[in-house]
Design a binder for this molecule. Sequence first.
Ligand code: GDP
Length: 319
Amino acid sequence: MTSTENTENQLLISKGYMVHGIIRRSSSFNTSRIEHLYQDQHTGKGKMILHYGDLTDSTNLVSIISKVNPTEIYNLGAQSHVKVSFDMSEYTANVRFYQASTSELYGKVQEVPQSETTPFYPRSPYALAKQFAYWILVNYREAYNMYACNGILFNHESPRRGPTFVTRKITRFVARIALGHKEVLYLGNIYAQRDWGHAKDYVEGMWLMLQQDKPEDYVLATGETHPVREFVEKSFKEINIDIKWRGEGLDEEGYEEKTGIVYVKIDPKYFRPTEVDLLLGNPAKAKKELKWEIKISFNDLVKEMVAKDIEYLKNNDQY
Ligand code: GDP
């Protein structure tokens, strides 16, 4: 399960849904990030049941879907070939299907800001696979009248974000510094700009898409963009360190003037062969039609992620 799936599950359970999830079999049991959802079972407000399965195994998916007979399906797996299950005759007319599309589809952006009508220009294998999923969903909606929506979500973060994504990589590092570790953070392209929102706001938007009269595709974004450098500066501010920059290119570094300590350096290992330089979404359609509003600001997102990482680190030496 992805971190966004966990946040979505939490939202659905709080709304009283019975949630069925799919997890892959693995030799070690890896459900620590969803333990709190199991606990929610005791509140009587909803439930979560996990089934072993894999998005690439269509027979298994068909069998789970037939058994569960869901009213809504959220496909948040980063796996494109989910063209299965649409053929499932009797119940497809009733099911509502959400497909996690992504702002990565805009890649080498063709206009700023990006909206539902901006042409795609994918720049990575991940984005290319997502483009296939985007269009097959539109095709099935038009061909079979299915209630199916693409949510084109810009980057959405939270303390549950995987540690290799740049936001979490930064906040985890800042937490280590706050607790006295002496290390340097190596980053790639610190000039890349992203429209970063909080996952909690985005899962509400995903749910809203499936509650409308007509299925449509929507951009969910904050409408603000920030460079990676700013994420670094804001995160360090949370622990009262003022980051200044000097040098250029591979020699650029982030340091604290007062102490002279260098905290950030560049490592070309993190550069991408084709970069997505700037993402900035226009959420006007979602605001108007879904009445969707961002509740958590960029500053609050950074604040929460740094605070949570400090808390985790305090409670876990190995972290
Ligand atoms: P993405 O937008 O889905 O690719 O999310 P990421 O968090 O992985 O990357 C966001 C941006 O940060 C991209 O433009 C990266 O090139 C840039 N970036 C700069 N340094 C790093 C780094 O050390 N790790 C990652 N993951 N991204 C970095």
